[in-house]
Write a protein that binds this ligand. Structure first.
Ligand SMILES: [Zn+2]
Ligand SMILES: [Zn+2]
Length: 157
């Protein structure tokens, strides 16, 4: 089981974590939803990680501070965070990244580096026009989408 990798710029990461936690906490208060310690912990682990983290990585990281964390608790926290677009699932990696858009959005584009494994979100938050048109033309009812573009990041090229 590989460990969650951390950004060398720890201080800026911690600022990210604080900001993201504040955003989600505020959203929960506004919407009358409980921001449980488990939900907060899972969010912190995902934001703190430099690369997308899978559920098992989250479980392993959580086990460092919580005795015997339950996978179901983690899956439920992930589901909550994902359903409100605070995090996104990278399907091709089966892992999660935080969303920094600061708003809920339906779809997203991601650039996935196949060398170092980092993922960058492209905040267009809408489908390319030709694809959207094709979908509209066919009368297909779109429910969710995400686009994953694989390649090499500037640091790895
Ligand atoms: Zn996003
Ligand atoms: Zn790279």
């Amino acid at each position: 089981m590989k460990a969650v990798s951390f950004d060398p710029g720890v201080m800026s990461k911690e600022r990210d974590v604080k900001e993201m936690v504040a955003v989600v906490r505020e959203w929960c208060i506004r919407n009358g939803v409980r921001f449980t310690p488990q939900r907060q912990m899972v969010l912190e682990i995902i934001v703190r990680s430099e690369k997308p983290v899978g559920a098992y990585d989250i479980l392993a990281e959580m086990a460092r501070t919580v005795p015997n964390p339950k996978p179901t608790t983690i899956y439920r926290a992930i589901e909550f965070l994902q359903s409100h677009a605070f995090i996104h699932r990278i399907e091709s990696l089966n892992a999660y990244v935080p969303c920094h858009a600061g708003h809920s959005h339906d779809g997203s584009q991601f650039m996935v580096c196949d060398s170092c494994g980092t993922v960058q979100e492209v905040h267009l938050c809408s489908l390319p026009a030709p694809l959207q048109k094709r979908i509209d033309d066919t009368g297909f009812a779109l429910s969710r989408w995400n686009m994953e573009i694989h390649g090499q990041c500037p640091a790895c090229r």
